[in-house]
Design a binder for this molecule. Structure first.
Ligand code: COA
Length: 416
């Protein structure tokens, strides 16, 4: 099957998570992604959190599938020469080094554009160019704090909280992938490459836009009716942390199910969607609430929403999270069990759809990873193992026209 990005050559000058998540996605969709790594060590995640001695860590294998690995010391003149050849025949270069690292290496945007005016140069940084923090190196949690996620996540009586979802890293990589694909379409029209830059702060903030909505509402009316602080608690002049409250116009909460005393994940998320009020009352055996003025409208329910959640928890007390959802789904109530990583790893539906995939690896045996969350009618992305360090160095160099003797010489001086 021909994949849409076949024929697109990408220099993957990325490391850790944000950049690799982007290029992995493009590799799944058919791009020829060549990961350029420092000889001897490579991407730092090859060694981080190892579970098998001498085998690449899952941190690396789960973010670098379907790629090739070329080792190259791009600080040596010979390494730069190889990189320049690669640049001349590539469509995209993706990087997420610390601020200024690419310039210090001698590959500024101007130089790259001179070497290959058709190439798209895509960068992830912590903060956007010109921002007063644009000199900072940034990791995931720093971005979650800088992008507004931390101040609005968690409970009001606890500290700002980090999400387990990689809002700073993988999310920024997904934004960058959209930018690259857009620039490739643009190049079809103009024949020119361009620089695509995404900051982690901006990407987190983009996902927190409803909180900026709430800040403006708060400033206008002084309260936020869907937050647990309403109507009994106090609001300050900034959007508070709302615990597990539903983010939009649908009140919701995480509710205890049978076994919660011993199982920390025996919970469901329950949403009281306005038009589902009647089925909710029927499911709970509370038909009298349907027309009761104290319950009938969302506005009437809000002041005693936690009393309603308590009633639902009483109903849930003798049902597991799975039993509860199986009943509630019949009433068209938006809800889900709180699923653990173990449950997700073994979920037959996720296995069947290719969202959880088992990948054979030369050194590790097979490992589980998250496959493409994007499904196509004409293409099923196939996940292959991440490359060993330098696995494709010879192949790439031969493709660039180097002879075996020249490759040997580059090895002797540790440039590859
Ligand atoms: N050959 C020779 N040198 C290489 C090389 C290669 N193949 N690949 C990288 N290097 C060098 C770089 O040129 C740089 O050298 P310099 O600082 O002397 O100029 C150095 O390796 C490391 O760069 P840096 O990216 O700053 O690494 P770090 O480990 O200090 O910082 C981050 C890591 C993630 C904090 C930083 O890269 C960063 O802020 N990136 C942007 C934001 C980001 O993507 N963060 C999320 C990561 S998930």
């Amino acid at each position: 099957m021909t994949k849409p990005l076949e024929g697109i050559k990408i220099i993957d000058f990325t490391h850790v998570q944000a950049g690799p998540a982007c290029t992995q996605l493009l590799a799944w969709f058919g791009a020829n992604v060549i990961k350029v790594e420092r000889p001897g060590s490579g991407d730092v995640t090859r060694n981080q959190l190892r579970d098998i001695p001498d085998a690449d860590a899952l941190y690396f294998t789960m973010l670098n599938s379907n790629k090739k690995s070329l080792t190259l010391d791009t600080k040596k003149a010979e390494g730069k020469e190889v990189l320049e050849k690669l640049i001349r025949e590539s469509d995209v270069l993706v990087e997420n080094f610390g601020p200024g690292a690419l310039d210090r290496m001698g590959f500024s945007w101007e130089r790259l554009n001179e070497l290959n005016p058709k190439m798209i140069v895509a960068s992830v940084k912590g903060f956007s160019d010109g921002h007063h923090y644009d000199d900072l190196k940034v990791y995931e949690n720093v971005a979650q704090c800088a992008g507004g996620a931390a101040s609005t996540t968690g409970f009001w009586d606890g500290p700002p909280t980090i999400s387990a979802a990689a809002l700073g890293d993988s999310n920024t990589g997904m934004h960058l992938a959209i930018g690259i694909l857009t620039a490739l379409l643009g190049r079809d029209k103009t024949g020119k490459g361009q620089k695509v830059a995404v900051s982690m702060q901006d990407s987190v903030l983009n996902l927190c836009r409803v909180k900026l909505r709430d800040q403006q509402r708060l400033e206008r009316v002084g309260y936020l009716e869907e937050y647990p602080q309403y109507p009994h608690g106090e609001f300050s002049d900034v959007v508070p942390r709302g615990g597990n409250a539903g983010g939009g116009g649908q009140p919701g909460w995480v509710l205890k199910c049978k076994g919660w005393e011993t199982d920390p994940n025996a919970y469901i998320y329950f949403t009281i969607q306005g038009h589902a009020w009647e089925p909710i009352c029927k499911a709970l055996g509370k038909p009298e609430w349907i027309d009761d003025p104290a319950y009938k409208t969302a506005e009437a329910r809000q002041p005693h929403i936690f009393e309603i959640f308590k009633t639902i928890e009483a109903w849930l007390a003798d049902k597991t999270k799975f039993e509860a959802v199986d009943i509630l789904r019949k009433f068209d109530i938006p809800c889900a069990p709180v699923l653990t990583m173990k449950e997700l790893a073994n979920d037959p539906s996720l296995r069947a759809s290719g969202t959880i995939v088992e990948v054979p690896h030369k050194k590790r045996g097979s490992y589980l990873t998250v496959g493409s969350p994007i499904k196509f009618s004409d293409m099923k992305p196939h996940v292959t193992a991440s490359p060993l360090l330098g696995e494709h160095t010879d192949e790439v160099l031969v493709g660039l026209g180097y002879s075996q003797q020249e490759i040997f010489n580059l090895r002797e001086i540790k440039a590859v």
